[in-house]
Design a protein around this ligand. Sequence first.
Ligand code: KG4
Ligand code: ZN
Length: 339
Amino acid sequence: MNTFPIILGIESSCDDTAAAVIQKNKILSNVVAGQKVHQSYGGVVPELASRAHQQNIVPVVNEALKQAGITKDQLSAIAYTRGPGLMGSLLVGSSFAKSFSMALGIPLIEVNHMQGHILAHFIEDANEKPPEFPFLCLTVSGGHTQIVKVSDYFEMEILGETIDDAAGEAFDKAGKIMGLDYPSGPIIDKLAKQGNPERFHFSKPKVDGLNYSFSGLKTGILYFINKEVEKNHDFVNENLDDLCASIQKTIVDILMDKLIKAAKQTGIRQLAIAGGVSANSEIRERLKEFQKEKGFEVFIPKFSYTTDNAAMIAMAGQLKFELHDFSELTIPSVAKYHI
Ligand code: KG4
Ligand code: ZN
């Protein structure tokens, strides 16, 4: 093993307990334990999430060290998610990270989860090559929808964001209305492949500037489906693929319209995506079309670095380590954390 610092990343902001090890931008291990317990609730149950994190955190970290082929004594620092997220979930990761860094006598590094999603682009195998500054990043997850201008690793400006629901929530709530399990995003993505996206039309929000809104779409879908189900009880089952394709197209149209508007306004030609919803196949396809037809340079990260993971936290941690940007043990976790 050479002498470059080795950082352990820990992520526990929502319902995934994750640990990863990085050295010189290269991920040595990336372990995620999801939580099936929320599937039938239509969303994450915070109390159940913190309990599952408590059970998972030690085995997940052990596994990450094992897969990386290192022992804890070889670690140079511990990076962890400080926020944003569910407080009970964040506290499990932060308490573990603080105790571990204290026991090993190595630095503690706090990471903003949303910055982590964006900085995942700098992991060696995330893309063919990393984006250059400045670039625009559409950061779309279960809790956030933001267009971010990234001028440097830790110099980020939100140009637009959702004024109500996040794009991931729009997928998940639409899924709940159709009786699908949580999280519905990946299920809708899969079913949409066999459906007709032009079959149903849902009205798009009119929001100023580069901001987004998804709550009206959710209500529109609910009213439409309720009305159709009154006429035919089996409406959802009989039309599930077309419903998924039409809903997905509407959400992706809304996301892409504002991203292109942001590119026009700023003159920035490099476009990236990040966050769980960026795993969506239609978003990825649409961006590739932008590259071919409009000449943008696009950056689409590897799947395993899109939904919540600790590799992105380890990456952000390594960049902070290089800046000697360390944290005190007294630093509190925060449910809201502006990038
Ligand atoms: O980033 P993430 O793993 O967790 C948060 O920080 O929120 O994002 C989770 C969100 C969920 O809403 C999930 O439905 C959505 O990402 N998602 C997808 C896909 N995979 C995950 N949405 C659409 N298509 C997908 N393939
Ligand atoms: Zn996330």
